[in-house]
Design a protein around this ligand. Sequence first.
Ligand SMILES: Cc1cc2nc3c(=O)[nH]c(=O)nc-3n(C[C@H](O)[C@H](O)[C@H](O)COP(=O)(O)OP(=O)(O)OC[C@H]3O[C@@H](n4cnc5c(N)ncnc54)[C@H](O)[C@@H]3O)c2cc1C
Length: 354
Amino acid sequence: MTSPKGSVDVDILIVGAGPVGLYGAYYAGFRGLSVALIDSLPEAGGQVTAMYPEKLLFDVGGFPAIKGRDLVSNLVAQAAPFEPTYLLDEQAAKLERIPADGDGPDTLLVTASSGRTISARAVIISSGIGTFTPRPLPNGVAYENKGLAYFVPELAPYADKDVVIVGGGDSAFDWALALAPLARSVYLVHRRDKFRAHAHSVSLVENTTVQILVNAQVKEILGTDAVEGVDIAITGQEDVLRLPCHNIIAALGFTANLGPLLEWGLDIQHHRHIPVDSAMRTAQPGIFAAGDIAEYDGKVRLISVGFGEIATAVCNAAHAMDPSMSVFPGHSSDLPAAVPADAALPADAAVPAA
Ligand SMILES: Cc1cc2nc3c(=O)[nH]c(=O)nc-3n(C[C@H](O)[C@H](O)[C@H](O)COP(=O)(O)OP(=O)(O)OC[C@H]3O[C@@H](n4cnc5c(N)ncnc54)[C@H](O)[C@@H]3O)c2cc1C
């Protein structure tokens, strides 16, 4: 439902395409509502994609164990038949309310960082811990997208490449483990001699071909148009170590903040959480919240809990925008038309990326 000008008009806008927002897209489609998801990251999946796509999750109902990356692609596949509009690499910046002309809900007009506007009858905020910004690699700016990356949406581009991973946390070790069998060489460079990553991940990587350099830092990136090598300074060694390198993955962590959402007139607690009632309503009519950002007594911040919350939010939003729609959706197993007959098979759905 994107117009030529890029503005979007939908029943429900979901702010945040993390696991919870993605499940909300399915649920909105299931309820017959049009839906758009906006995310400031270039790829769907929220914390799962950004921080632990290669890790196994053991606490998602129905999956004894599932890799983060696979969970996200299953969620995308589940929503795909309803053709949600993905607005990636765009932050939801401004909110305006256009009062209803008589009965019916107000129109909520959200302006994205790109300048695009999204008009919706309800907004569900599933923005987790906020907009993630990767911690930059010092002196790396000129090489961003020219061999230096902060996210690894796909492993294939690293096949047969010389890769240097910078960092000592879980993401750095997860990438090292995933790329070891694929890349021509993998160095993991960390400025200390202790790691934040789990000991188990460290010992898995130690048993691969990955070369770990501790007390080491990228001193200079080499290359004219793209990364061609790196000079590594190692504490106590006079000479730098020059490594051939096509790709640098800087896994130095992320900062996250709610940024513009703080100006939306919501009752945001401690700059991080939005209180909701049992229907996942915020204090603002037409605006709901679910997932990590939603707060109530007894809250448990888990993906499985967020799934239930956003189903509740969608069903209550549906009822609020059209009182003839009941809050209870019926059982999907009772509804043969729950997925359109010409729906793409789940396996056809690629994880959207900007
Ligand atoms: C290392 C690690 C391991 C974990 N393991 C598990 C586990 O095993 N089981 C489990 O249940 N949970 C686990 N979690 C927690 C789980 O990842 C979170 O509970 C879950 O991601 C929350 O989902 P969400 O969709 O609410 O938010 P998020 O995943 O945080 O997604 C929110 C999205 O909103 C976007 N966003 C924010 N503000 C804006 C804006 N203004 N405009 C546009 N986009 C915006 C962000 O970019 C982000 O993509 C783990 C977390 C970490 C860090």
